[in-house]
Design a protein around this ligand. Structure first.
Ligand code: FAD
Ligand code: 2HG
Ligand code: ZN
Length: 487
């Protein structure tokens, strides 16, 4: 980009909007400040960005034409899906001379092939609609996360989303067979193959998966589908201590023949806050416990013996002193209620007040050690801080969130944020972990990522960025610091 300190002014914005409108039509350009506002603030509401307008192409050729026009006009593009990301990756900032490019109008299901078990969809399809399209054909698209009603599959793939089923089905990148991508020079790469095996060189799609809109704009994807489970069992377990969580999970995986599809750690504070703030929330167990495990196991055939295996694991868990109390869902509705409780605990923490988030992973066996060390460290930095650690323990992924100490102002709380991030990430790193398990780097974690990536990794990442987007047109300042190329 040519000029860091030269935001797009009103006159230039008028001219640019007219030129983009010539490509996408009046429906494809949003300028009204009230309509634009939700697209300019990231999902946590902590940072508000700026862009003169948002462009929404209706098909791949329109995306390509927009990219070419942006390159010619010397402005950057910030690709945006459902804007549910947690790291500010879809945030447009004035100093980047950027406009938003939202994929929401590209929401067609292109094809479903029940013999190949594939589903080809456009990037702007809402994740829940992708799941529903698979379900209509009695098949499963297993990616599942709390934001599934509003996030888009393009955003999921661009951020390599995780969610609750990674344990069994992998991250978003594992669910993709092919991609269609508009490159930074406006050419279209048609990599929409449906092959399970293709060893003909570099796996180019992997470059774009998880690249957070910095290397290309994903316009469509060919996704893997699976058989729908015929039997499912969910259990909500009160643990005797934190260490019991990983022991119980390992045992359940063994006893069930690796049929555990989801395993979530929930602390008592999350139940308390859900009961306090979320109408209809119900504590599944009679007595409080410090830690809970919510587990689901499935089988491909009915009457598979899964229930018996799972019940045996739980019985042994009680006997071995790992489980203090627990309940197995007696109906689909009860199972749904357990999972609803897991989903709403994110919103419950928002309602409690200011929070600081981390999205770390460590080897699963080290999760208890991580939480114990992190709790000690943050209490030392800020006495009274309230740890709210939960998440996908089956993947070693802890959302090590923290709530503001009672009575402290948000300003005082956030003044300690950088030090807290440093301490928590140092502990994560020392335990062999990652400072971003599933949310990505976006804009918010660029500095912290640079502390832990090796010089070789950073240099390779810069080379990839320079090779695919030499002018720094796509999402500058995301993943890597913005490279300003003066023309
Ligand atoms: P956006 O937020 O719009 O964008 C995310 C990134 O992808 C940005 O860098 C953007 O520039 C880029 N991008 C978007 N679309 C494209 C495209 N078509 N081509 C190229 N780049 C693009 N995340 C998890 O991993 N696991 C969870 O369990 C989870 N749970 C969540 C629960 C809640 C309540 C919320 C609010 C968020 C949660 N998230 C979770 C985070 C978020 O939902 C995911 O990261 C999601 O994949 C983002 O999709 P999106 O369409 O909203 O993308
Ligand atoms: C989840 O697992 C999400 O619920 C969101 O990844 C976590 O926002 C969060 O803290
Ligand atoms: Zn998560």
């Amino acid at each position: 980009m040519s000029d860091l300190n030269h935001p797009i002014d009103a006159g230039e914005a008028d001219q640019l909007a007219a030129r983009f409108e010539a490509i996408v039509g009046p429906k494809g350009v949003m300028r009204d400040p009230a309509e634009l506002a939700p697209h300019l603030v990231e999902s946590r509401g902590k940072v508000t960005g700026w862009a003169p307008f948002m462009v929404s192409p209706a098909d791949t050729q329109e995306v390509a034409a927009c990219v070419r026009l942006a390159a010619k006009s010397d402005i950057a593009l910030v690709p945006q899906g459902g804007n549910t990301g947690r790291v500010g990756g879809a945030l447009a900032l004035a100093q980047d001379r950027a406009i938003l490019l939202n994929l929401g109008r590209m929401n067609k299901i292109r094809a479903l092939d029940p013999l190949d078990n594939t589903l080809t969809v456009e990037a702007g399809c809402i994740l829940a609609n992708v799941q529903a399209a698979a379900a209509e054909a009695d098949l499963l698209f297993p990616l599942s996360l709390g934001a599934e009603g509003s996030c888009q599959i393009g955003g999921n793939l661009a951020s390599n989303a995780g969610g609750i089923h990674v344990l069994r089905y992998g991250n978003a990148r594992d669910l993709v067979l092919g991609l269609e991508v508009v490159l930074a020079d406006g050419t279209v790469w048609d990599g929409l193959g449906a092959l399970r095996k293709d060893n003909t060189g570099y796996d180019l799609k992997q470059l774009f998966l998880g690249s957070e809109g910095t290397l290309g704009i994903i316009t469509a994807a060919c996704l893997k589908l699976f058989s729908r489970p015929q039997e499912s069992i969910s259990a909500f377990l009160g643990l005797t201590d934190l260490a019991a969580s990983v022991k119980l999970l390992a045992q359940a995986r063994k006893d069930s023949g690796d049929s555990v599809v989801a395993c979530e750690l929930i602390p008592r504070i999350a139940i308390d806050m859900s009961l306090k703030h979320m109408p209809g929330a119900v504590d599944p167990l009679a007595e409080p416990h410090d830690w809970y495990l919510l587990m689901e196991a499935t089988a491909g055939r009915p009457n598979s013996g899964l229930s018996e295996a799972f019940e045996a694991t739980l019985a042994a868990g009680f006997e071995d002193g790992l489980i203090a109390d627990g309940t197995i869902a007696a109906s689909e509705a009860q199972a749904a209620a357990f999972w609803h409780l897991r989903e709403i605990l994110v919103e419950a923490q928002v309602k409690e007040g200011a929070s600081i988030k981390h999205d770390v992973s460590v080897p699963t066996s080290r999760v208890p050690e991580f939480i114990t060390q992190a709790n000690e460290a943050v209490e030392e930095v800020m006495p009274g801080i309230r740890p709210y650690p939960f998440g996908h323990i089956g993947d070693g992924n802890v959302h090590y969130n923290l709530s503001v100490p009672l009575g402290m102002s948000p300003e005082a709380f956030f003044a300690g944020e950088d030090e807290i991030h440093h301490r928590v990430h140092d502990i994560t790193h020392a335990l062999g972990g990652s400072i971003s398990a599933e949310h990505g780097i976006g804009r918010f974690k660029v500095g912290e990522n640079a502390r832990f990536k090796s010089p070789i990794e950073l240099a390779l990442m810069h080379k990839v960025k320079d090779a695919l987007d030499p002018a720094g047109l796509l999402n500058p300042g995301v993943i890597l610091p913005a490279a300003r190329v003066d023309k």
